[in-house]
Design a protein around this ligand. Sequence first.
Ligand code: F6P
Length: 391
Amino acid sequence: MASIHPTSSRPKRIGVLTGGGDCPGLNAVLRSVTKHALQAGLDVRGIEDGFLGLIENRVRELRYDDVSGILKLGGTILGTSNKANPLKYATGTDEAGAVIWSDVTDKCFATIEEHGLEALVVLGGDGTMMCAQPFADAGIPVIGVPKTIDNDVIGTELTFGFQSAVEIATEALDRVHSTAESHGRALVVEVMGRNAGWIALRAGVAGGADVILVPEIPFEIEHVVEQIEWRRKLGRRATILCVAEGATQVGGEQIIHAMDPTSPDPVKLGGIGEWVAKAIDERSVVEARAVTLGHVQRGGSPVANDRVLGTQFGAAATQLLLDGKAGRMIAWREGRVTDVPITDPAGGQRTIPADEPLVAAARSCYTTFGDAAPRDLPENKRGRGPRGLLR
Ligand code: F6P
């Protein structure tokens, strides 16, 4: 990254916000953006609760003390909102109870003007990058920093928060291993990820899951049960399943936990883990239990990799503004920090491609994605039975 140097179009005061669902590492980025900006002689303003703070004029100064010591803190010191899209903001309900959507970008522009914000750094996922568009279109330099535990933002191979969620999910898989073995059960761990299976895939591989179910590879419950029976024949009492919240059966639909009509992203997924456990109970002699990790995956301290990535991303975002750049999103590509057009995430969500090498690696370790019968294991290669006391 280039060193700090003034450019003709460099802003004197920048605003920073965190939008969408939170994730570990947001504070690491806020610290890095702010410290780098202070070093360059800029003023920094923190906008509270994402774009809601622009709509409601809630903006405060960020000085050194405000961001010192926050590197390892979970959540975001600024707060966030995943409902505050200025172009489509729920302002009430009509007589029939239908949500009234309004364009409140004028309120945001008024806040920007009142506080003299000459540029914005927005930390968020695809939704946040889209929310920033009207401001970029109006000529305000905007830099996006991609966050989300889902790792599904188009344009970057990595978002901060993802690696922390994977660690949490992996620890959960490790923990259910022992209780599953004690009882001879199938233990289903449902993880988040929306329409992408990255958390399930990575945590499933790291946690040695025997079954990984992801939205990108529709499953047949019969193949899942076959895997459990196949393991039983090998003398394995336990089967561990890592299931993404967006996973579906072949020809089936995602299971929705709830709808939030006031959110631009109203579908809240959840429940597939319980469904899979119940289906196993109905079809197999093996007892199944399900655990839904939920927001545990978004909470707590970021892992070291997310602190480092957040620090790199934050510094790069401020540097782009110092270099007079606008309309860019920081990205991780081919092992280094770079930047791409902030409009890239509008292309949808980055899901697991058909030729993902980690899927092949998992399959080669006898893990199934529920899309085929268990792979054959030659009789003479089975060994002497499970290690330990359990038979
Ligand atoms: O995008 C992050 C995420 O945690 C998804 O994995 C999950 O589907 C969703 O947000 C949950 O949203 P909420 O916090 O609104 O329940």
